[in-house]
Design a protein around this ligand. Structure first.
Ligand code: NDP
Ligand code: MG
Length: 387
């Protein structure tokens, strides 16, 4: 029997996850039809993707990039612009699956449009759940949408949960590589550079998530993401450092049994699983060689040296708008660090100061979240003026 056709749109197709998604789609072949691809400013990369993958249409967030793309290419499909354009692509009734692979808060509104259209959403853009999880999950239910994890840890949990009941879960154990500063003494963290922070030991990713991995904010975000994707309380979501990144995460059940999902670190596996779920398809990736690895090791995550992890747990327990403020302040601080304006150790203090300054809303609407994101950015930006 021939596989049913699936129509896919990729939001953020020019990024690390976006390009790997297009790679997986081209390997999966004809049943998968590419509908929309989108970018922010890198319109030349988008133009190259148009040539190679022949999508139905494109959406470009940045107005100058949109104009440049229109002038430089002879693409005959629809070309949309701005956040409205991205949202229109996300909501297109022809989509079966929308891959949300934009970075940061910019993904919130387009992802909400995909959810409100009732689509299956492959979610890489974890900041959307960090900022607006309490709004998104009820919307998923209301509009009959599906959220499928793309993050490797959450894909691991999803794979461990096949055939299991939610009521039988005791806790999640999310693994962390520990990042490039896993063994750096606290006193030396002040002096680490952006170039050092951008050298992740196990994964090649976009700049923002690579810095989040160095501060362990990425792990904090993943705890928050797990809370929303699988509806488990924060106290039952643990983090453990596992430098080899072979175990992608674990689920412990009420009888003490623990399931782990393993494999070489590559995002191609979780990306493909989100597209073929609940089935699997062949994938030509390096295979795990335990004898060559020799050992898998584990150590506790150090919340004193990496306060961002503690801040994420605190924001999750506080609930309401705390996640939105945490994310906004983090985006501003990470950007300032990448631009060499602040020290690495200033990232958590800027976030903490922003969290204590901003008003707390216990049941914010989407509009309130969008407004609070902007206000938090403005406040955090004033803090980046001090190194
Ligand atoms: P990249 O920075 O590599 O790519 C981001 C994509 O989003 C690009 O297509 C970019 O366009 C687009 N984009 C950026 N800003 C905006 C904006 N303001 N409006 C519209 N589009 C925008 O990021 P990654 O692929 O690394 O990460 C994407 C998401 O996936 C993040 O949320 C990250 O946390 C998550 N993730 C990533 C993993 C990885 O291995 N990379 C692993 C697990 C999760 P342009 O190219 O024009 O800038
Ligand atoms: Mg991850």
């Amino acid at each position: 029997m021939e596989a049913a056709q699936r129509t896919i749109s990729v939001l953020g197709s020019t990024g690390s996850i976006g390009t790997q998604t297009l790679d997986v789609l081209s390997r999966l072949g004809p049943p998968y039809q590419l509908r929309w691809i989108t970018c922010n400013t890198r319109w030349q990369d988008l133009a190259a993707q148009v040539e190679r993958f022949k999508p139905y249409g494109v959406a470009i967030r940045d107005a100058d990039a949109y104009t440049a793309f229109k002038q430089a290419t002879s693409f005959s499909g629809p070309i949309l612009c701005g956040e409205e354009g991205l949202s229109q692509a996300a909501a297109d009734p022809e989509n079966d699956v929308v891959m949300s692979a934009m970075v940061g808060f910019s993904g919130v509104v387009p992802t909400m449009h995909a959810i409100r259209a009732g689509h299956q959403v492959g979610l890489a853009n974890k900041e959307t759940l960090v900022s607006a999880g309490q709004i998104m999950l009820p919307a998923v239910e209301q509009f009959g949408a599906t959220l499928l994890a793309v993050d490797s840890e959450h894909s691991a949990i999803l794979q461990c949960m096949v055939g299991e009941r939610t009521a039988d879960i005791d806790r999640f154990i999310i693994t962390a590589s520990g990042g490039p500063f896993r063994t750096t003494p606290a006193a030396d963290l002040e002096r680490v550079t952006a170039a050092q922070a951008l050298k992740h030991p196990n994964w090649s990713m976009g700049a923002k998530i690579t810095i989040d991995s160095a501060t362990l904010m990425n792990k904090g975000f993943e705890v928050m993401e797990a809370r929303w994707l699988f509806d488990l309380e924060p106290d039952r979501i643990d983090v453990i450092v596992h430098p080899q990144s072979i175990i992608h995460s674990m689920v412990e059940f009420i009888d003490g049994s623990v399931k782990a999902q393993m494999g070489v670190p590559t995002m191609l596996v979780p990306i493909q699983y989100a597209l073929t779920f609940p089935h699997r398809a062949e994938l030509d990736v390096p295979r795990m060689d335990l004898a060559a690895l020799g050992q898998l090791t584990f150590e506790p995550a150090d919340q004193d040296r990496f306060p961002c992890l503690r801040l994420a747990y605190e924001a999750l327990r506080e609930g309401g708008s705390a996640g939105c403020v945490l994310n906004a302040a983090n985006e501003v601080a990470v950007q300032a660090f990448l631009e060499r304006k602040i020290l690495f150790t200033r990232i958590p203090t800027i976030i903490e100061e922003t969290l204590s300054h901003m008003e707390h809303l216990s049941h914010p609407s989407l509009d309130a979240i969008v407004e609070l994101d902007q206000e938090s950015r403005e406040f955090a930006s004033t803090l980046t003026l001090r190194p």
